[in-house]
Design a protein around this ligand. Structure first.
Ligand code: NAG
Ligand code: NAG
Ligand code: NAG
Ligand code: NAG
Ligand code: NAG
Ligand code: NAG
Ligand code: NAG
Ligand code: NAG
Ligand code: NAG
Ligand code: NAG
Ligand code: NAG
Ligand code: NAG
Length: 657
């Protein structure tokens, strides 16, 4: 379980703000736990550069927020005007040192010059810290926070990073059509250029436009470094200011962003929750100390989740600072996280169970690290946090698929199964029904397996390549996938889904939102029951397969385990992601022939019982450990959602009894 470390509410005004910005900032005060490190600027640099012109609104705000804030807001007017004057004459802000960020507001068209002093450059390196148990293989070499290479001698490598914490807001009369423009970082690479910026000498500076609110740059330096941050002109229909954090470090980047590293995957959703999981954090084996160290961690990462329709983060998706300020649904009490080993390879991963989501809604989730994962903020190498590539997902619409995980017997199961909130309102009660059913079937199987000479000498085994443990594994994999079908909305049009239980009345859930399926759909469904249904085009032409209707066959009008699903749970109509056919093939291959396992042939049931894996990245059938193959959030909205899939199961005729 992970709860964020909240820092006290802080917000300080260093710039004159229009009324609308005030409103925005009040909002930020109320919603965002860590507003700013403006304190760093003030304590480390007495010459506060930005103009502070408190107007009536600001004074009102000061009154309102007296209890939240400290005296920094109450700069008196003379002092402010003095600072204003200094700024106008081209003042420079000096960073407080290596790994000490500066945070400042900036208005459209303005440029602020930052100075990283020779003293800071040649200050002692930060003490080495243990770091994470191993560096994570996210396909990106620039991992921030870990101190891994430092030069002893001149010149010194300096890591510069900038992130946007706040950006102008859309105030057009229609829906937002564009994102606010990005800030630009200028770094002087010549001692004679002490005022880099849009008007500086092009050959003595480097310009880096922020990308989704983030830029990094490293350079070898021997003496003072001058940088600047420039805000573009305000485009039409936007209003407000930017606020950004800049840091220079001799140890490693203070801020990190890995926008090209998909490191977070969707496992599944239901109408109110989503289950996300990181990639393998290490490839080490359970005996390795690194493996144990990872498993000992409580929660090295965090996630931010935001509805895709909400544009407030667009333009800042690479900014941890921006996330903490604009993201409403971050790792708060609605997120439970922890280390798991479930899934392919059983390697350590972090799982996030995000609740309190709305149904039928597109979201994106961003994996992030708060500071260096154990400590955050000024003075910490990598203290500014890191973010990875966003992952898009959509919650389910119908109320009869529920996420289950953390099961005792089928402990690799983690996806939505057919459910009925009226009968089984919580996850433990629902998963217990399925889990004990599967465990019971397994017991019967184990008894049969006991009759087979397994643990004998190799020559007496039923197969030189497979032993009874392989058989038991394959059976369990198959059994769990088949007894716990992976459930999807009946309304989902995905072609590989198998409709099930069509004739059953939907759950009467007048009480709950997202009642399932909606009344109109049920009417349409009744009409469909008499229509021809040909799930297996390769069936023998003279067979019944071409004379079936949706209502007449069990494949569409019943479930895999009718005694459990139809009778006990009674979820109403749902669709199933069929289990992968290879689960069945593997079972047949791994187990002794004496057990009598077989898989249906094409045209004789295979198509309605099992699905095929696809090689285009979609998950079109269900297997334990499957994760949605999720594309990156494009930043342009929900249009690019790809729904891949999951798991399902078909208990078939040849289950051992
Ligand atoms: C920003 O630029 C405007 C116009 O040049 C100037 O009046 C204002 O003082 C600047 N603001 C700051 C904070 O420097
Ligand atoms: C910068 O600091 C180094 C080491 O303290 C010193 O040798 C050098 O002279 C300084 N350079 C300048 C321009 O002050
Ligand atoms: C994070 O930084 C703090 C302070 O520098 C250090 O004590 C801690 O070990 C670091 N954590 C990691 C995971 O490196
Ligand atoms: C954006 O601004 C332009 C110029 O002021 C105006 O013509 C246009 O109607 C605005 N668009 C929206 C969507 O408000
Ligand atoms: C504006 O967005 C809302 C939802 O946010 C949508 O319902 C509406 O159709 C949009 N309007 C236009 C003109 O795109
Ligand atoms: C500074 O950087 C610019 C742009 O990268 C480059 O063209 C120029 O040669 C560099 N100047 C020096 C003195 O390194
Ligand atoms: C800094 O200098 C080192 C050694 O001289 C070199 O390997 C490295 O590429 C340089 N880095 C940059 C960013 O210039
Ligand atoms: C620096 O930026 C590049 C490009 O955005 C990114 O690939 C790299 O991971 C960044 N480094 C860090 C430490 O964030
Ligand atoms: C994991 O934590 C336990 C209990 O705190 C400790 O005894 C053990 O040494 C730790 N293992 C590793 C590899 O750090
Ligand atoms: C994790 O590791 C396993 C085994 O090494 C591998 O099969 C799997 O693809 C890896 N990645 C994920 C996301 O599970
Ligand atoms: C999973 O089960 C473990 C113990 O069995 C429990 O500590 C943990 O909170 C459960 N996780 C969730 C998300 O329910
Ligand atoms: C085979 O023997 C091993 C160790 O003796 C035991 O752990 C395993 O459960 C046995 N397998 C079966 C299927 O009996």
């Amino acid at each position: 379980m992970h709860f964020p470390k909240l820092s006290p509410l802080q917000c300080r005004f260093t710039v004159s703000l229009a009324a609308s910005v005030m409103v925005l900032c009040i909002y930020l005060f109320l919603w965002n736990p860590h507003f700013a490190y403006a304190a760093e600027i003030e304590t480390t640099n007495s010459r506060l550069p930005a103009a502070v012109v408190l107007d009536d609104y600001a004074l009102d705000l000061t009154d309102d927020l007296d209890d939240l804030d400290d005296d920094d807001l109450e700069l008196d007017a003379t002092q402010q005007n003095e600072q204003y004057t200094k700024r106008a004459t081209g003042d420079v802000v000096t960073l407080g040192g290596s790994n000490v960020p500066g945070l400042l507001n900036i208005e459209a068209g303005n440029t602020t010059i930052w100075h990283f002093s020779n003293t800071s450059l040649w200050a002692p390196y930060a003490n080495a810290t243990p770091g994470l148990p191993s560096s994570i293989d996210d396909g990106d070499t620039g991992d921030s926070g870990t101190i891994y290479k430092r030069q002893a001698a001149s010149p010194r490598l300096v890591y510069i990073s900038v992130t946007t914490c706040l950006q102008p807001q859309w105030n057009g009369s229609t829906n937002q059509t564009t994102i606010p423009p990005q800030l630009t970082l200028y770094v002087s690479n010549s001692t004679s250029n002490k005022e880099p910026g849009p008007n500086g000498p092009v050959r003595e500076q480097t310009a880096i436009r922020l990308n989704e609110g983030f830029a990094n740059y490293s350079m070898n330096a021997t003496t003072d470094i001058y940088m600047s941050v420039h805000a573009p002109d305000m485009p039409n229909n936007f209003t407000g200011i930017w606020n950004y954090e800049i840091a220079a470090s001799i140890d490693n980047y203070y801020h990190g962003a890995h926008p090209d590293s998909p490191f977070l995957y969707l496992v599944d959703t239901d109408t109110h929750a989503a289950l996300l999981v990181t990639n393998n954090l290490t490839e080490a084996n359970p005996d390795d100390i690194v493996y144990q160290q990872w498993m000992n961690l409580t929660s090295p990462f965090t996630v931010f989740v935001q509805p895709t329709i909400d544009k407030s983060l667009d333009g800042m998706r690479n900014s941890y600072c921006g996330m903490t300020h604009a993201s409403i649904n971050n790792a708060s009490s609605s997120v439970q996280s922890g280390m798991i080993t479930r899934g392919l390879g059983h390697k350590p991963k972090e799982q996030f169970y995000i609740q309190e989501l709305n149904g039928s809604t597109s979201y994106f989730g961003v994996l992030a690290m708060e500071g260096n994962s154990t400590k955050t903020g000024s003075g910490v190498v990598g203290g500014g946090g890191q973010v990875w590539q966003p992952v898009n997902f959509q919650t389910k619409a119908d109320n009869n698929c529920a996420l289950v995980f953390n099961l005792t017997f089928c402990h690799d199961v983690a996806y939505a199964v057919p459910s009925n909130p009226e009968r089984y309102p919580d996850q433990p009660s629902l998963s217990a029904v399925y889990d004990s059913y599967a465990a019971g079937l397994y017991e019967n199987f184990a008894k049969s397996l006991d009759q087979i000479p397994c643990n004998t000498t190799l020559s007496a085994q039923y197969s030189p390549a497979k032993n009874c443990d392989d058989c038991a594994d394959a059976y369990k994999q198959w059994l769990c996938a088949v007894t716990m079908p992976r459930c999807e909305d009946f309304s989902s049009p995905l072609p590989w889904l198998q409709p099930r239980n069509m004739g059953q009345k939907p759950i009467n859930s007048s009480s709950s939102v997202g009642s399932m399926p909606n009344p109109n759909m049920y009417m349409q469904l009744q009409d469909q029951m008499d229509q021809q249904y040909v799930p297996m085009t390769s069936a023998p032409s003279d067979s019944n397969a071409f004379r079936q209707t949706y209502g007449s066959v069990a494949a569409s009008n019943s479930s895999r385990n009718p005694s459990i699903i139809v009778d006990k749970i009674a979820p109403g109509p749902y669709k199933e992601v069929k289990p992968c056919e290879d689960l069945c093939f593997s079972l047949v291959r791994s187990c002794p022939a004496a057990l009598g396992f077989g898989c249906p042939d094409p045209g004789r049931g295979l198509e309605v019982d099992y699905g095929e894996r696809s090689d285009d990245g979609q998950v079109t059938c269900s297997y334990l450990g499957a994760v949605y193959y999720l594309n990156a959030a494009s930043g342009s909205g929900p249009s690019s959602l790809v729904f891949a899939v999951t798991i399902a199961a078909a208990v078939s005729l040849w289950i051992l009894t």
